[in-house]
Design a protein around this ligand. Structure first.
Ligand code: FEO
Length: 391
């Protein structure tokens, strides 16, 4: 790799991880990711904003060499998660004069996670500035984008916001700046869904906070840099708003075709009614798609057969994740196909305490759906359509 310039004193020197397929051993990465690290040549001091996943540190060091770096004064740590901080101990080994600049809470995490000694830190508070000679860095605490210690760094004179996970996307791409807006926003939405969605209220406050800055460029630590910050800020404002789309998600599993018959009926009815419907056959669905669709779906219908005396574990997992992601979904329903009984519906209901959604209806269907069952499903569709029409 090589260094990629943002302007004549700021360079991206991190890593494009083309092959990474999963993050946190949870999140699928269909398009790889990047760990962006930004080198700033101030008139007197040199700063590195965030580092890279430690498995890829050799590439960071090769890029630093390529950039002609012989000293680093400050390593700015916006976030303690190891995909950005994990190489800090190695940077300190190579550049022992460097100080780790971060907030008090992040310092605590870095000490716990990476065993960085106390004397290596320069602790900054909210709004504090640090001079690099001819330019200044300003630090703003922005908790919960993604952990409680997260902050952003603003290069005052160049009006660049280094936002770390905030506004990021998992995307490996050779070009540094946004090129295909549609693709980038889709990937940023997936990223928001998987990482940020549970913290909607805090993100709202953080967006208000950064709106006090004049920003010409947003440089996250994953994915492309935004030369037009409004593109991603406006997308975030939409995602964090209370607005939902008239959209029905149906996460489901079918073992022998009965639940599939239920889902096919529901899908056809919603299509006939002209409302967007997305069946998600869970064993074949990337769980990131579920997360992404939850960003703005009005309605979720979980459809599960019984197995092992309960709801199918794939649907249980989808319900658990839905609850953890805390989407703004307004209406929930649960339908189930069973053979000889069980408590699958209550089991799924019990997994959703974080949701402020109304449970519209639940239906238990014995075996393959029959005429009476289709009437019940038809009623369910009518109720859901009614709720959506009154949004
Ligand atoms: Fe990209 Fe929360 O780390």
């Amino acid at each position: 790799m090589a260094k990629r310039p943002l302007n004549n004193r700021v360079f991206e020197v991190g890593v494009i991880d083309w092959d990474r397929q999963i993050f946190d051993e949870l999140i699928p990465l269909p398009n790889g990711t990047s760990y962006n690290s930004y080198l700033i040549f101030g008139g007197e001091k040199i700063a590195l904003v965030d580092t890279v996943d430690p498995a890829k540190r050799d590439i960071l060091f090769s890029n630093l060499e390529d950039a002609g770096v012989t000293k680093i004064d400050y390593v700015i740590s916006n976030h303690a998660e190891q995909d950005h901080s994990g190489s800090i101990p190695f940077v300190l080994e190579k550049f022992p004069e460097a100080k780790v600049v971060t907030n008090e809470k992040c310092k605590g995490f870095l000490k716990d996670l990476l065993l960085i000694p106390d004397e290596k830190f320069l602790v900054v508070s909210d709004g504090e500035e640090l001079s690099l000679g001819d330019v200044k860095l300003k630090f703003l605490l922005t908790p919960w984008v993604h952990w409680p210690e997260t902050m952003v760094t603003y290069l005052v004179e160049d009006k660049i916001l280094f936002s770390c996970d905030f506004f990021g996307s998992h995307r490996a791409a050779s070009h540094l700046f946004v090129e295909d807006k549609y693709k980038v926003i889709e990937e940023a939405k997936r990223y928001y869904a998987e990482i940020m969605m549970p913290f909607r209220a805090q993100i709202r406050k953080n967006i208000e906070k950064i709106s006090s800055l004049e920003i010409d460029m947003i440089a996250p630590s994953h994915g492309p840099v935004y030369p037009d910050p409004e593109l991603i800020i406006e997308a975030y404002k939409d995602w964090i708003s209370d607005r939902v789309k008239k959209k029905v998600l149906i996460p489901y599993v079918s073992m022998h075709g009965s639940t599939e018959a239920i889902v096919n009926f529901l899908v056809d009815k919603f299509i006939e009614a002209g409302i967007e419907v997305i069946p998600l056959n869970l064993p074949k669905t990337d769980i990131g798609v579920l997360a992404m669709e939850l960003v703005d779906a009005s309605t979720v219908i979980f459809a599960a057969p019984y197995v092992l005396a309960g709801a199918h574990p794939a649907v249980v997992y989808a319900a658990y994740l839905t609850n953890a992601l805390r989407p703004k979904t307004k209406f929930i329903s649960i339908v189930s196909s069973y053979g000889w009984g069980g408590k699958g519906i209550d089991q799924i209901k019990g997994l959703l305490p974080n949701l402020k959604a109304e449970i519209v209806d639940t239906l238990m269907i014995k075996g393959h759906p029959k005429d009476e069952d289709f009437k019940g499903l038809d009623e369910l569709v009518k109720k859901i359509l009614d709720k959506n029409n009154n949004l």
